[in-house]
Each structure stands twice: as structure tokens, then as C-alpha cells.
Design a binder for this molecule. Structure first.
Ligand SMILES: [Zn+2]
Length: 102
């Protein structure tokens, strides 16, 4: 697993946690729904055949999600994207930026 994928996993994890907390689903830990979404996203990322070669992985990732999860992950991106810019600007250098634009 390369550096880019690790960075994306970390970004995904952070974003889902921030989303769950900002929506007050649960105290502290992830609620079941968000935990499931994160597990799904991680699986997609790990099973992506293009991985390191992909330039715009955000598009690829969003496309290979099932509709239900795609909508949920995009809601997460929209909700916490602006906060990420402020709190974790370095992470946004990864593909999260592509996802937000997409
Ligand atoms: Zn949640």
C-alpha cells in the first residue's frame, strides 16, 4: 500500500469522524451508520485497481461507490469540507479536493 492510499484512508477517517461529531450522532465514537460508511469507503479504496496510478482518484472512488454510499459520502464531504480546510489543510492536498469539486 503506497503513501497516497494511506493518506486518503487517513483523510476519509478524519472526515467521517468530523461529520459524525458535527451532526451529533453519538458521543465520542462513531455511530453505527458512520462506522459502516467508513468501512465501506475503506474497502472501496483498498480494492481500487488503479490506486497509485490514478491522477484523480476522487472521481474514481465516487464512481465505484454504490448510489446509497455515494450520496452519503458526498454529504460528508460537503458538511466537513470547509472545516477540513481550516483544521487540516495539509490533508486536503490529497484527493479530497477533487471530491469536493466533483
Ligand atoms: Zn454518525
Amino acid at each position: 500500500m503506497g503513501g497516497r492510499i494511506k493518506r486518503e484512508l487517513k483523510t476519509l477517517e478524519t472526515m467521517v469522524h468530523m461529520y459524525c461529531q458535527s451532526e451529533r450522532h453519538a458521543d465520542g465514537a462513531l455511530c453505527d451508520e458512520c462506522a459502516e460508511l467508513l468501512r465501506y469507503a475503506v474497502r472501496r479504496l483498498e480494492s481500487c485497481r488503479f490506486k497509485e496510478k490514478k491522477k484523480i482518484c476522487g472521481k474514481c472512488t465516487v464512481h465505484c461507490y454504490k448510489t446509497e454510499y455515494r450520496q452519503r459520502i458526498r454529504l460528508v464531504m460537503r458538511t466537513v469540507g470547509p472545516k477540513m480546510l481550516y483544521r487540516h489543510p495539509v490533508m486536503l492536498l490529497g484527493h479530497a479536493v477533487d471530491m469536493l469539486r466533483y
